[in-house]
Ligand binder design. Structure first.
Ligand SMILES: *Cc1c(COP(=O)(O)O)cnc(C)c1O
Length: 478
C-alpha cells in the first residue's frame, strides 16, 4: 500500500468509524450470534492473492459488526466504561503510523520524554503526592493495564523486601501479599506469576457496610505471618473496587505499611480518574503513604485501551528490580545515566508511543473538559441512585461515590437474576452483576461519553417495567 493508496483508504476508514460512532446508539448492544457464528463467516485459510481494500472494508459489516458488543453504546453499563474519544483514536493512528519502538530513550527520545512529561501532567491533574513526580525520586510510566502495574509493583516490592536477594535467586522464602476480599483478580494473578502462589495472597476482611479493608484485620494477618516466619512484602489497597467501588482506608493502611516496612501499592484502576475533580479527591486521602499507584485512563478518562498510568515513589528501586543489560542494548545515553529507559519499568521490552494519546486527549479536552466528563458520570449515578431509592421494590447495596450504582430487587436473587437477563435481552441496555454478601446484585456502571440523563432515565424505566412483570407494581411510588 503506497502512501497515496493509504491516504485514500485511510479516509474511507475514518469515515467508517465516524459513521459507526454516530449510529452506535441505534444498534442492539449485544450480539445475537451464537458461538462459532463469526468464525463460520470467515474463510478457512488466508487468501492466496491480495485483495482490494473496499472488499476488506465491506466485510467489516458482514463478518465483524454482527458479532460485536457495542461498548461505546450510550446504554452500555456493564463492567466499567472503556472510554474512547476522537483525539485518542487519532493519536493511536499516529502512533501506528510512526511505528516507533520506545524501549530505550535512544530508540526515540520523543517517545520517552513526551511520556515522562505526560505522566507529570497527569500527576498534576490528579494532584498526586510530589513523590511520584519525575522531578523528584519518583516517576510515571504507561503500562498496558492495571494488571501489569500490579505485577510490576509486586516485583519491585519483592526486590525491596528481600534486600535484592529475590532478583538473583527467586522466591525462596515465603513472601506474602495482602489485599481485601474485594481486591481485583489481577492481584492473585500477579502473585502467581511472581512465584508467591495464590496461597501467598492473604485476603483481608472488609467492613460490612462500605466494603473497605479493615485495618485491624490487616494488622492481624501481618502479625500472624510474621509469627510464622513469613515475610510481608506488599499490600495492595484499592480505591474503587471492581465489585462495588469500595474505598480502602488508606490513611490507616498506609500507617501500618510504614510501621512494618511493607510496600503499599494502590490500585485505582477505574476510580482514579475521579481525582481530576477537586471535590472527589477525598477518595485519595492517604495516598502519600503509597510506594506505587495506578489508574486506567482507558476506563473513565476518554483515552482508548491500552493506557494504564503507573507511578512509583522510588524509580531507582523499580529499575533495579527489572533491569537486565544484554550487550545489544548497550548505548551511550543509557551508560550516561542521564536518561529513562522505559523497558526497565515494565515486563516487555518493546513499547508503542502511547503517550501521544494522552497528549492529544489532555490538550483537546483540557482539565475543564475532563472534569466535566467525570462530573457528568457522577451526577447521572446520583440521579439513578435517587430513582432506585424511590422504589420500594429495590434496594441500594453499597455507597456510590463514583459512577457505579449497585442495586437489587428485595424479592431475592432469583428475581434479580431474571431482571438482569430480561433487561439485557432487549438489546436496549446492558448491565452486569456481582455478589455482595453472597447476594446477587446488579451493577450499572455509567461513564460513557455519549450517555445522557435521558439514557439513564429510559434505562431505569426499562428496569422498572421489567420488575413490574416479575414482582408486580407493589411498593412503587416514583
Ligand atoms: C478494571 C480493574 C483492574 C484491571 O484493569 P486492567 O487495566 O484491565 O488490567 C484492576 N483493578 C481494578 C480495581 C479494576 O477495576
Amino acid at each position: 500500500m503506497d502512501p497515496d493508496e493509504f491516504r485514500r483508504h485511510g479516509h474511507a476508514m475514518v469515515d467508517w468509524i465516524a459513521d459507526y460512532w454516530s449510529t452506535v446508539a441505534q444498534r442492539p448492544i449485544t450480539s445475537q450470534d451464537p458461538p462459532g457464528a463469526v468464525a463460520a463467516r470467515l474463510p478457512l485459510a488466508a487468501p492466496e492473492r491480495g485483495e482490494e481494500f473496499p472488499a476488506i472494508l465491506a466485510d467489516l459489516d458482514k463478518v465483524v459488526v454482527p458479532g460485536l458488543t457495542h461498548w461505546q453504546h450510550p446504554n452500555f453499563y456493564g463492567y466499567f466504561p472503556a472510554n474512547i474519544s476522537g483525539p485518542s483514536v487519532l493519536a493511536d493512528l499516529l502512533s501506528s503510523g510512526l511505528g516507533v519502538q520506545g524501549m530505550l530513550w535512544a530508540t526515540s527520545p520523543a517517545c520517552t520524554e513526551v511520556e515522562t512529561v505526560m505522566m507529570d501532567w497527569l500527576a498534576g491533574l490528579l494532584d498526586l503526592p510530589e513523590r511520584f513526580r519525575s522531578t523528584g525520586t519518583g516517576g510515571g510510566v504507561i503500562q498496558d493495564s492495571a494488571s501489569s502495574a500490579t505485577l510490576v509493583a509486586t516485583l519491585a516490592a519483592l526486590h525491596r523486601a528481600s534486600g535484592g536477594q529475590w532478583r538473583a535467586s527467586g522466591v525462596q522464602r515465603r513472601y506474602r501479599a495482602y489485599t481485601s476480599t474485594q481486591g481485583h483478580s489481577s492481584i492473585e494473578k500477579a502473585a502467581r506469576i511472581a512465584g508467591l502462589g495464590a496461597d501467598g495472597v492473604r485476603p483481608v476482611e472488609v467492613d460490612p457496610e462500605a466494603f473497605g479493608m479493615r485495618p485491624d484485620a490487616l494488622r492481624a494477618a501481618i502479625e500472624a505471618d510474621l509469627a510464622a516466619g513469613d515475610v510481608p512484602a506488599i499490600v495492595v489497597a484499592t480505591i474503587g473496587t471492581t465489585s462495588t467501588t469500595a474505598i480502602d482506608p488508606l490513611p490507616e493502611i498506609g500507617a501500618i505499611c510504614a510501621e512494618y516496612g511493607i510496600w503499599l501499592h494502590v490500585d485505582a484502576a477505574y476510580a482514579g480518574a475521579a481525582a481530576v475533580c477537586p471535590e472527589l479527591r477525598w477518595t485519595h486521602a492517604g495516598l502519600e503513604y503509597a510506594d506505587s499507584y495506578c489508574f486506567d485512563p482507558h476506563k473513565w478518562l476518554l483515552t482508548g485501551f491500552d493506557c494504564d498510568a503507573f507511578w512509583v515513589a522510588d524509580r531507582a528501586g523499580l529499575v533495579e528490580a527489572l533491569t537486565v543489560m544484554p550487550e545489544y542494548l548497550r548505548n551511550a545515553a543509557t551508560g550516561s545515566g542521564a536518561v529513562i529507559d522505559y523497558r526497565d519499568w515494565q515486563v516487555s521490552l518493546g513499547r508503542r508511543f502511547r503517550a501521544l494519546k494522552l497528549w492529544f486527549v489532555l490538550r483537546w479536552y483540557g482539565a475543564e473538559g475532563l472534569r466535566a466528563h467525570i462530573r457528568s458520570g457522577v451526577a447521572l449515578a446520583d440521579r439513578l441512585a435517587g430513582l432506585v431509592r424511590a422504589d420500594d421494590r429495590f434496594e441500594l447495596v453499597a455507597p456510590h461515590p463514583f459512577s457505579l450504582v449497585c442495586f437489587r430487587l428485595r424479592a431475592g436473587d432469583e428475581q434479580s437474576t431474571e431482571l438482569l437477563e430480561r433487561v439485557n435481552a432487549t438489546g436496549r441496555a446492558y448491565l452486569t452483576h456481582t455478589r455482595v454478601d453472597g447476594r446477587y446484585t446488579l451493577r450499572m456502571a455509567i461513564g460513557a461519553p455519549q450517555t445522557t440523563e435521558a439514557h439513564v432515565r429510559r434505562t431505569w424505566e426499562l428496569i422498572s417495567d421489567t420488575a413490574t412483570v416479575l414482582v408486580g407494581p407493589e411498593g412503587r411510588h416514583s
